[in-house]
Design a protein around this ligand. Structure first.
Ligand code: PSU
Ligand code: MN
Length: 300
């Protein structure tokens, strides 16, 4: 397995000695955020993890291998490179085999983190059921990965460009516990409220760690989705975001965007229409999710 899996020394040492480790995805840098905010986000997430006493393990594909614990230079290579693949679960083997550089989505990052024995990761928002997904069947592989990969994913819910109600229903069907950190509501990524209530809430990272431990002890295949709203000072009212999303969805339809290009397209459109406001929020929530993930990992 080492032939294709390169777990860097700092991460390997932390895992061997039981130090907390937090996995971080790279699609958000390569396909979700523009330059230079992507590099700012990467640096802020790694710094937040370290400040909380954990080791960051940024994951991506380079030169025919999975790298777990990328260097800042390698992260920059993925974040700014021209022909970087967006790698979800189905893409892992083909992209490694052809030695293309690849940025991993939540789904692929969770799967590879689990392979490397890392049990907590942080991101912005997971992919989910797209609007109209009941017809197009466009449901992010993030959802299925969560149902069969024992990794806790700390995020701000799912992007509001999605159908959040159907996303939550699907998570329930697949047996994925969703825990609100300091909230009783599923956050809507840029906004703190979605109008969708959650069954479970925790106000202390230690309580989330306990849930992860129970899930692991019972050998459940599912991961856990930990959701927290964006920081209050950066949250954008839902009504405002809804307007930008309508424009984005119309543009996507008019341009015939399909498949893996949908999410990057919608994110780009929303950031353009909002004149960069969504980018500020995205950066702030990524950092705060990395911080919470590290605190949870510290209690495991
Ligand atoms: N959330 C963001 N920005 C992103 C993504 C999520 O704020 O770029 C990425 C994540 O990597 C997520 C992916 O796993 O989008 C989902 O893409 P899709 O809907 O094609 O599965
Ligand atoms: Mn999709």
């Amino acid at each position: 397995m080492e032939r294709y899996l390169d777990v860097r020394v700092e991460v390997a040492a932390a895992l061997a000695t039981g130090q907390p480790v937090v996995a971080l995805e790279t699609t958000v840098y390569a396909h979700g955020l523009p330059d230079p905010i992507n590099l700012q986000a990467a640096a802020a997430m790694e710094a937040a993890v370290r400040e909380e006493g954990a080791v960051p393990a940024t994951i991506g594909l380079l030169r025919g291998r999975v790298v777990v614990g990328m260097t800042p230079d390698e992260i920059e290579e993925l974040a700014t490179g021209a022909a970087v693949a967006k790698v979800s679960v189905r893409d892992i083997a083909p992209v490694i085999a052809t030695r293309r550089p690849g940025a991993t989505t939540v789904a692929a990052t969770a799967v590879l983190a689990s392979t490397a024995s890392i049990s907590v990761m942080a991101t912005g928002g997971i992919g989910g059921v797209h609007r109209g997904g009941e017809d197009s069947l466009d449901v992010s592989a993030d959802i299925q990965a969560l149902s069969r990969t024992p990794v806790a994913v700390v995020c701000s819910g799912a992007k509001s460009v999605l159908d959040l109600g159907r996303t939550l229903e699907t998570l329930e069907t697949l047996g994925v516990p969703v825990i609100g950190f300091g909230t009783d509501e599923f956050p809507a990524f840029y906004s703190s409220d979605s109008g969708l209530g959650l069954e479970y809430r925790a106000d202390d990272p230690a309580d989330i760690a306990t849930i992860i431990e129970v899930q692991g002890a019972l050998r459940r295949s599912q991961g856990i989705l930990v959701v927290q709203p964006p920081p209050v000072s950066d949250a954008i009212p839902r009504a405002e975001v809804d307007g930008w999303i309508e424009v984005a969805l119309r543009e996507a339809r008019d341009s015939g965007i399909r498949g893996k290009d949908v999410t990057p397209f919608l994110l780009e459109s929303v950031s353009r229409t909002s004149r960069g406001r969504t980018l500020e929020t995205n950066l702030a929530l990524l950092e705060s999710n990395a911080r919470l993930a590290a605190r949870v990992a510290g209690h495991l």
